[in-house]
Design a protein around this ligand. Sequence first.
Ligand code: BGC
Length: 718
Amino acid sequence: MNKYLLILLAFSLSIKLSAQDKPGYKNKNAPIEDRIKDLVPRMTLDEKILQLNQFTAGLNTNANNIGEAIKHIPSGIGSLIYFGTDPVYRNEIQKKAIGKSRLGIPILFGFDVIHGFRTVYPISLGAACSWNPSLVSQACANAAKEAKLSGIDWTFSPMIDVARDPRWGSVSEGYGEDPYTYAVFGVACVKGYQGKSLSDQYSIAACLKHYVGYSESEGGRDYHYSDVSMQSLWETYLPPYEACVKAGAATLMSAFNDISGVPATANHYTLTEVLKDRWKHDGFVVSDWDAINQLIPQGVATDCKEAGYKAFMAGVEMDMTDSIYKENLAKLVEEKKIPITKIDDAVSRVLRIKFRLGLFENPYTPVVSENDRYLNAESLKVAAQLASESMVLLKNNNNTLPITQSVKQIALIGPMAADKTNLLGAWSYNGKDADVESISEGVFKEFGKTATINYAKGCEFDGADESGFAMAIESAKKSEIILLCLGEKKAWSGENASRSSISLSTIQEKLVQELKTLGKPIVLILSNGRPLELIRIEPLLDAIIEIWQPGIAGGSALAGILSGRINPSGKLTMTFPLTTGQIPIYYNSRQSARPYGVMGKYQNISSDPLYWFGHGLSYTSYNYGKLKISSTKITMGEKLIAEIEVENTGKMKGAETVLWYISDPACTISRPMKELKYFEKKEIFSAKKVTYRFEIEPMRDLSYTNADGKRFLETGDY
Ligand code: BGC
């Protein structure tokens, strides 16, 4: 054998050996379940447990989650909340996980990407008022791309907690008061974030939160007890989760609240019996921040060990930040309290999402400049469109709006007029003031050439300083119309931002009253994160536009509505109570026993809210034709087609959302007076008619659930 042959033989032998040595879990062509089955038995107990923990990378500036930045990140950690945006730093951490941990399991980097990343879109409550789920889905896809290029694989979004108490700060993070609306927008978000496949280049994993019943915390006080009956669990709070799980949501977050005595983070029924056994969810559940530890103050665990045991056995696979799993699970396994098969199942779930994301093959973030990452033309376009579609024209007496070109002097007043920070809204961690177009910038651009804009701040958001009133009055005196920009600071809503009264601050209300004395038309522009109590000021106003916290592109969107360049099309997804004392008040409540006359109504105020769910005006008018239905009788397996023709009877093109409700006046378990089952938004040109169509499927649209989640369909009139 000559020398060359020997070298060749040795070479082919080494190839054979390395192919044999390559563990099965590293074979990208093998099915994911085979890769999991190969990897889990190779892991030690400590390695498994570390995969079930999430630490932080970087300092969290969320005042509600104070914690030291972790100095030493173990290379075998399951997940990190990544507070940075630098892909290089992120890749360095990942490199240690791949190179230094024994099995080279990649870390999953998570972050709260709630309504955009650097391109900040309207808060979710506003976005839902667009009734345009495909636009919201697009916004989520764009946000996913910006996040992914900043090192993030997983977002803690969407929040799909049906919220009926506007005192609760996190209503800003949700889609209003109706379960169906949540289901539709939740699914739109999941599809936007996760794309066609989790392994797509710019897909990130979604996390449904806060599972479940979090929005029911008593008195709207965050983190408090929630009394959720099994009936409302199944008919109100679980349906959005079920829809999103079916749409493929990779993960869920267990909530902080105590659900009628069993905290959500220790709730075997919701986390295992419902989610895993019935719905067959095969991803994993992460606890909310420190939520396992909080089982102690919640009164179901005496110490961290018991808290860890309860959360894990209930079905929480990953521990967000409180290290309880890391410190206690091994001991619990040794003591045979936790079976190893349960640990293996939990690890498999975490690994499954990592495999699906393609992290084993592509663990690193491509490094591109911030210019190439953020605020691209497509994202800006979606931000502008969503901002304009989310704004709701609540009142427009005597066609005060749009403002015609004959108006030559416009007063622009209020603490929100030149503000940028607060337009970003809560949970806009990477948003920058410099990216935001303020109301005044939008107004100057829109009207600057045809009118003089007389600006005055008037007052701060709160406090008692009235020294700015005089200048506001001066500006208003010079002007033909007053644009008054009021609202809430962004920190007044979001997590841990409950308010006992949902009215504007006294100083802002006083400013309205002062300006009213001038007798000029006042347009109130409201930017806030929840429905507000407007009872004292609404009668003083000629027009009201709710712009929510519109993100970076609110200024132009609003200005376009003010000038009539844009015809408003938003409708409320959450009722505006007349007073805080009316809470809870929502459209899909059940009928009272004495609905007639004044029985059971408030003695001092109307029992109706100021603006119901679904309210929203336009500059054009629509005429709804007669409802046509394909049949007046229907049996179980059939479909019924309902159609309505809507005519744009005004002069301007518009977009009208038709909301289809069902009611079932007599049923074994009483039904809400009406329930939204479908909606559709369409453009209608002036003097044109468009047909809207709803295909009613009896089991889907007419059935009801009992307190155990079983669905029934009854004969009767609907
Ligand atoms: C919030 C979650 C959030 C988590 C991580 C918690 O305090 O309740 O909504 O995803 O922190 O930042």
